[in-house]
Structure formats: C-alpha cells, structure tokens
Design a protein around this ligand. Structure first.
Ligand SMILES: *Cc1c(COP(=O)(O)O)cnc(C)c1O
Length: 414
C-alpha cells in the first residue's frame, strides 16, 4: 500500500491491490460466515495469531478488510477495525480499552447518542468529565491521576463548535493519554486527526464516507502515534503475542468487535466502499453548497442565528480555517421569534425532513424535539441547543434549487 498517490486515486485503486479473483475491480461481497482449512494447522495458526487469515466472520472477512484498508489509507493510520455502526465503534472501543474507575475527559458537545452511552459507562463505574473542548485549558484542568483518554469531535453536531484539536493533542502527548477523535463531521477528506497527534480516529461510515444513506457502518483507526507499551490495560496475552504498535487495535478487534459482536455486514461494507470512491467529489460540492446557503440564511431577516464554521461570525472560524480543508456540509440555524420551526420545516418541499447527515440529499431536522429530546432542557441549554434550532445537512443538489426551496418557505411567512 502506498500513500504517494492522491486521495481519490488511492481509494479508487486500493481494492485491486488485494488481487480479487478474475481481475475484479471491486473487492467482492464475501458472504461466508466461516472458512475451511485443508490442514487444520492453518486454522490453529489463525486462532493463535501466527498467520493472517479468517476463521469466523464476526471478527472480519475479506470484504470488511478491503474497506478497513481504505479507511486506514484515508486517515493515514496503521490499521482500522470496522463495526456495524459508528456507535458500535465508539462504545466497543471504550469497552475494549477502559477499566472501571479509569477517567475519560470528553467534550460537553458530543453527538447525542455518544453522550448517552458515556452516561451508561458512568453508571458502570467509569469516571467521565464533560468539558468545553473549544478551550484546551478546560481539558487540562479536568486532568486527574487516573485519566486514560480524551474524547472529542472535530466539529460538534448540531451547534458546530470546533475543538481546540492541536492544543489538546499536545496535552495528550505530554500526559501519555489516548487521544480519541471522532472525525465523522469532517471525514478524512476535510481533516486527518493524525496531524494533531490523535491516537485513535472514529468515523461513522454511515455519514460522508458511505455518503448515500444506504448503509450503516463505523470504524476506528489507529494512527500509530500512541505508545501501547505504556498503557496498563492491555491484556497479558496480547502483550505476549502482538507487536507493540498493534496491541491497541488488536485489543479493540478482540474485546471490542469479537466479544462485543457489532460486526459490519459484508453487504454494507461493499456499499460503503463504493460510496467512498466519490467522497472528495461529494464533499467539495456539499461544502460549497453549504457555504453559499449559510451566507444566504445569515443575511435573511427571518433568521436569528446561523451556526456554520465557514461564516466569519463563527467563534472558531479562524481555527476551522487553519485546520480543515473546507468547512463541512452541516449547519444549524434558528428562526426569529414568531416563526415556528416545525411550521417552517413543513414549508420546505425539496429539503427532506429527516435525521442522518452526510447524505447526497439535503436533510433538515428540528433538534430539541428529536435527536436531543431525551436529554431534557437543562442539558440542552448546557450544550448550547435552543428550542428553535434546525439542523441542516447540506447535500449535492444544484444550489439554485436549494436557495429556491428556502426562498419559497420564507415567503409563506410574509
Ligand atoms: C452519526 C454519528 C455517530 C454515530 O454513527 P452511526 O453510524 O449512526 O452509529 C457518531 N458520531 C457522530 C459525530 C455522528 O454524527
């Protein structure tokens, strides 16, 4: 595998490096649940990590391996484990690496379900502090003797706060903490967390990497920067058998994927793999649509606020400019008092009222009433989520049609 070629070229030609049968240009969908060996020693060697191979598909198969290799190359890491969803990747990675009474410092602006699973882990004995990740000082102040990990997202969803990624990376390096970065909102096309010294990178493959709203998936990539030899929670058998740089990702594959069981299906892996071929093209278009639309909404008299890192009035605009290739496809906005956000959404005809993000189609959702409903008003206020907030995942439609749809919706309230 080589990283010498460009981003898209590398993705497009990576399946052929595995030499699929008959010169197929895609890695085929391997449906087999199990693999047979003529000489049983072959099976024994796979179980004992002496040779690479497949035994039972819960731990991986050639179709998921091909996708994992692609994600590894996109993130310029050393290895990736794929999961059935982004949430499975997050929950399984924490399960695989943490012990009760370990401490995690996490962003207070986490994706709602991530925040929720963190609460489950607190209930099970992990200590987790939620702090404002736009300010590295707050991360530093939360540090304790038993801190093992820092978990942040690049751009938060829905209010688009940008984490102080570089300064947090320096701090994690100094304190030898696992630095886990959820790169879903930016994707490796806009940003590679390895450049800010991330140890582990999470991607919800469901979003920009798959990109078409037709398959769920998730992944965790080891960047190769973390020294697993200094990490106390590696199981003795993995310490003995696995070379140092692969110990963390091996423990994630065994305790997270194999034991947790959140396996990506080969069919979904294939859909995501094909979708990923056009990520650069899709994101360029979605990001330029988003920038135009954000500017249009920002100056509209019926809008009270737009949350988008590409706007100069965004609190982390300069940080986002320095870190990311573009500003992403996701924004949120609030309407002026007197315009009901649910009524407004019903006036949009092209934009789909729907959850999800990173689809080719533009999707809109009222945040407080749906994805952040369970949290309650108090936590929403803490996370900076007003009741009238609408989240928009901008797709790749023609921009005039998107502006037209919003213009028509606004005119219903004149
Ligand atoms: C969607 C999302 C997830 C979860 O991914 P699923 O594939 O839906 O499980 C995690 N983190 C972020 C930032 C997300 O947007």
């Amino acid at each position: 595998m080589t990283n010498k070629k460009g981003f898209t070229t590398t993705i497009l030609h990576s399946d052929r490096l595995l030499k699929p049968e008959f010169g197929a240009i895609h890695q085929p969908v391997h449906n087999a649940v199990t693999w047979g060996y003529d000489d049983v020693q072959g099976l024994v060697d796979v179980f004992q990590n002496k040779t690479k191979g497949y035994a039972y598909s819960r731990q991986g198969n050639p179709t998921t391996t091909a996708l994992e290799n692609k994600v590894t190359q996109m993130e310029q890491g050393i290895a990736t484990v794929s999961f059935s969803t982004g949430m499975a990747a997050i929950s399984s990675t924490i399960l695989a690496l943490m012990k009760s009474s370990d401490h995690i410092i996490a962003s207070s602006y986490l994706f709602g379900n991530t925040r929720s699973v963190m609460q489950t882990y607190i209930d099970m004995g992990l200590e987790i502090s939620f702090v404002d990740s736009t300010d590295a000082e707050q991360i530093k102040n939360a540090y304790r003797e038993n801190t093992k990990m820092v978990f942040v997202e690049t751009i938060a969803n829905p209010a688009t706060q940008v984490s102080d990624l570089e300064a947090i990376g320096d701090f994690c390096e100094e304190k030898k903490l696992i630095y886990m970065v959820d790169n879903t909102m930016t994707s490796p096309y806009l940003f590679r967390p390895v450049v800010v010294k991330a140890s582990l990178v999470i991607n919800s493959l469901t979003k920009y990497i798959g990109g078409h709203g037709n398959a769920l998936g998730g992944s965790v990539t080891d960047t190769g920067l973390f020294n697993w030899l200094g990490f106390p929670n590696i199981a003795p058998i993995i310490r003995e058998q696995i070379r140092p740089e692969m110990q963390g990702i091996t423990q994630i594959r065994k305790r997270g994927l194999r034991d947790g069981g959140g396996t990506l299906s080969p069919e979904a892996a294939h859909s995501i793999s094909v979708g990923s071929e056009t990520i650069a093209l899709r994101l360029e278009r979605a990001c330029s649509n988003a920038l135009v639309l954000a500017g249009f909404l920002d100056q509209h008299p019926m809008i009270s606020k737009v949350y988008y890192p590409g706007l100069k009035n965004h609190p982390q605009h300069e940080l986002a400019t320095s870190l990311f290739h573009r500003y992403g496809g996701l924004m949120s906005f609030t309407l002026v008092d007197g315009i009901d956000c649910l009524k407004f959404l019903n006036e949009l005809k092209l934009v789909i009222k729907s959850s999800n993000l990173g689809d080719t189609r533009t999707l809109a959702i009222p945040v407080a009433q749906t994805i952040f409903f369970e949290l309650g008003k108090e936590k929403r206020d803490e996370m900076g989520i007003p009741d009238s907030m609408i989240r928009l995942s901008v797709g790749i439609e023609d921009i005039d049609d998107l502006i037209g749809d919003f213009s028509t919706a606004f005119s219903a309230f004149n």
